[in-house]
Design a protein around this ligand. Structure first.
Ligand SMILES: Cc1ncc(COP(=O)(O)O)c(C=O)c1O
Length: 358
């Protein structure tokens, strides 16, 4: 039996996707091989690659003046590639600091040039700072935000208006969870292993004018323009990860696209937040209500003993991935697109039952 999978990433994949992949693993569409065993320059693989790109374009309504890239190195390499490609000596990279992942992005940029923190998280409860009116220096290279802080469970519902300055977002943990206006961004990146597919591929959506800013002195593998020019086939891409991502994207389309998934995600998270809010303090959220993430739901219990008992009982009932990240502690339920509503309902029921018994 499959578990109630609340892992933060790598995370639950749609059952239908896993079944299709299993059916096609040994013999992909009658070619007598798996898709992992063919050249990345073959027409079979190219069709998979281009179809995945096309589906992402369709689902996110990506304008024509953007490229979709499939890179490697995770979102963590993007923390470095962004400043390597866009932070020149005379510029300042601006960061909105909202938690653990934005801190990591900032740390990498600091190694490469001048940075400025233009807004910082409010501490207790955790809250997205005011980002409507950012005080940006004239020589800002870009503004970097993290749309969803996976560890804290904090989500940016609106994005800052940055005028001519490129807005760049790490969307690793909420891409495809809701519709977004891609045209507001110079670049979006996301590791695949939450809503997009398995680990191993990182999606980059980049506006064409950003490609002109890339310094020719960078090694080729770190240059967005080189990857764009080669349609992400400059070197061997992670073919199996791109293939599985394509299957997930088709599944998202079959679900009715992002509007319908967004509503479902709000409902799913709502079941768990409701169990927290109606518990009269037995469970406590750590994020201000208006900034709660729909993907990563964080909460604590009053003592560490109760938390240990909660995790133990949950495990026995088939819930996995509920232990909070080591930096924050407490509990975290990651209810990404592929987590069934029934799993969220089962968790909410368990939370109420556990409360009654303790
Ligand atoms: C928001 C966010 N950014 C970056 C990362 C790092 O991603 P990767 O492990 O793909 O480098 C994660 C991983 O969980 C994340 O949630």
């Amino acid at each position: 039996m499959r578990k109630h999978n609340f892992n933060a990433g790598p995370a639950a994949l749609p059952l239908e996707v896993l079944q299709t992949a299993a059916d096609q693993l040994v013999d992909y569409h009658g070619i007598g091989m798996s898709i992992m065993e063919v050249s990345h320059r073959s027409s079979d693989y190219e069709a998979v690659h281009n179809q995945a790109q096309q589906l992402l374009r369709e689902l996110l309504n990506i304008p024509d003046n953007y490229k979709v890239l499939f890179l490697q190195g995770g979102a963590s390499l993007q923390f470095a590639m962004v400043p390597m490609n866009f932070l020149s000596q005379d510029k300042v990279a601006c960061y909105v600091q909202t938690g653990n992942w934005s801190n990591k992005a900032l740390k990498e940029a600091k190694l490469l040039g001048e940075t400025k923190v233009v807004a910082s998280i409010d501490a207790t409860p955790k809250r997205i700072p005011d980002i409507k009116h950012l005080d940006l220096p004239d020589n800002a290279a870009y503004v970097h935000v993290t749309s969803n802080e996976t560890i804290e469970g904090l989500a940016m519902k609106e994005f800052p208006a940055t005028g001519d300055i490129a807005l760049i977002s790490d969307m690793s943990s909420d891409i495809l969870s809701r519709p977004i206006d891609v045209s507001k961004f110079g670049l979006i990146y996301a590791g695949a292993q939450k809503n997009l597919g398995p680990s191993g591929v990182t999606i980059v959506i980049i506006r064409d004018d950003m490609l002109d800013k890339v310094p020719a002195t960078l090694p080729s593998m770190l240059r967005y323009d080189i990857h764009a020019k080669g349609n992400s086939l400059y070197n061997t891409p992670p073919t199996i990860a791109v293939y599985l991502t394509g299957l997930v994207l088709q599944w998202v389309k079959d679900q009715g696209g992002l509007h319908s998934l967004a509503q479902k995600n709000i409902r799913k998270a709502g079941l768990i937040y409701d169990a927290i809010d109606r518990s009269e303090g037995f469970y406590e959220g750590i994020v201000a209500k208006e900034d709660r993430s729909v993907m990563n739901i964080t909460f604590g219990l009053q003592t560490s003993e109760l938390e240990a008992a909660f995790l133990q009982e949950a495990k026995e009932l088939g819930f996995v991935g509920l232990k909070g990240h080591r930096e924050v502690g407490h509990m975290r339920a990651s209810a990404y697109n592929a987590v069934p509503e029934a799993s969220c309902q089962a968790l909410a029921d368990f939370m109420r039952d556990f409360q009654q018994r303790h």
